[in-house]
Design a protein around this ligand. Structure first.
Ligand SMILES: [Zn+2]
Ligand SMILES: [Zn+2]
Length: 79
């Protein structure tokens, strides 16, 4: 039996649904690509910079959103 690490939730905290296109930001939290983009677009209207909605870690610039392949259906080798 193999246990997957750190899979507490497979749901996005923004839309409360399963990840469409999961992306992981530098703090390690994962969101839908669409959700976090909209979230930061909304925030960018205020003076608050991009930050994680879960742990509130702030980023100087909007992080590049990399697709989280490990959370997709496929199990890829390497990475
Ligand atoms: Zn979402
Ligand atoms: Zn975070």
């Amino acid at each position: 039996m193999s246990r997957r690490p750190t899979m507490e939730s497979l749901n996005c905290v923004i839309c409360l649904d399963r990840f469409m296109i999961p992306v992981t930001i530098p703090c390690g939290h994962t969101f839908c690509h669409k959700c976090i983009t909209i979230h930061w677009d909304t925030k960018s209207k205020s003076q608050i910079g991009p930050q994680c909605p879960i742990c509130n870690e702030k980023f100087a610039t909007r992080p590049v959103l990399k697709r989280n392949v490990s959370m997709s259906c496929q199990r890829g080798a390497g990475g």
